[in-house]
Design a protein. Sequence first.
Length: 349
Amino acid sequence: MRSPLYAGVMAAASAFLLHTQPAAAQQTYELKIAHFVPAGHSVSQWIERWAKSMEEKSKGQLKFTIFPGSQLGPPPRYYEMARSGQADITWMAHGFTPGLFPLTEVSNLPYLMGSAEIGAKVLNDPELRKKYLDAEHKGVKPLLLMTHQPGNIHTAKDPIRTVDDMKGKRLRFASATIKEFIAALGGTPVGLPPTQMVESMQKGTIDGAVIDYGGGGIAFKIGPVTKYTTEMYSYVTSFCICMNQAAYDKLPPDLKKLIDDSFVGVEKEVGMEWDKLDDIGKAIMVKDGMTPIKLSKEEDAKFRAVGAKVAEAEIAALEKKGLPAKQVYDMMKSLAQKHEKDSRNFWTQ
């Protein structure tokens, strides 16, 4: 029969071994990240750096496999992928699933955000998210909301220098609000995935596309089929880096905190990643043969006047559905004006 002393020694040894087991013996959490943008895009690269940083800071407990460039499905599916758990984290565009994010998409209304830096700062305002936006992201945990830099009109043949030039132009739209903007300008909005822009412009089934320089020149390479770009800088599209709620919930508290903390205060950094693509994407498209067009002050004012009417109508339509769209718009506009003071602004550069 073993002595009490022997039993005590063995218990102490077991406790020591339990608390000194190597990190390699800790549970590893393997997570899939998926999105629709090519790996060469600067925000794609930011996500890669973020994943590597999380792996290092978690000492290998977090492991990520990234699937860029629509490897897991077409662009409209990435919200559902995160919600269903087909992917643990996705980078998705709100405008690809119309009607699901009405208050978040208020940010897409014409001439509200002057840069991606401003857009990221506005959309991640703690009060705005807590009061209005996070609740729209059902089934997922929004890690970061953001926008691209303001977008322009790219045409395959005819230049657009005036509002009158918009009449009858068949243009691919990026979100429901931009669909309304194109229609109000006299154009014909056409819905299709960004991956189909080049072929559609080449075949003449659309006259052009509304997208930012980074998306047009770098991500989806429309430069070779674009003859003119009208630099309106008129709208942004909003995005979310979202995590499946169940995947987040299964993580231990320290890893949850690690992920949460990693998205605090990155708005300027991520916004600048988007904004810097404007010069790069434009240069690529110019090299491909595109000619940029700057609107006169008079025509810019006309486009903005139409944009204001579209925003007013969209807000009224959402209010009729019982949504606090006016409050959200006013709050976003106030925040945007605040952040214009210390952020890049394409309207004043």
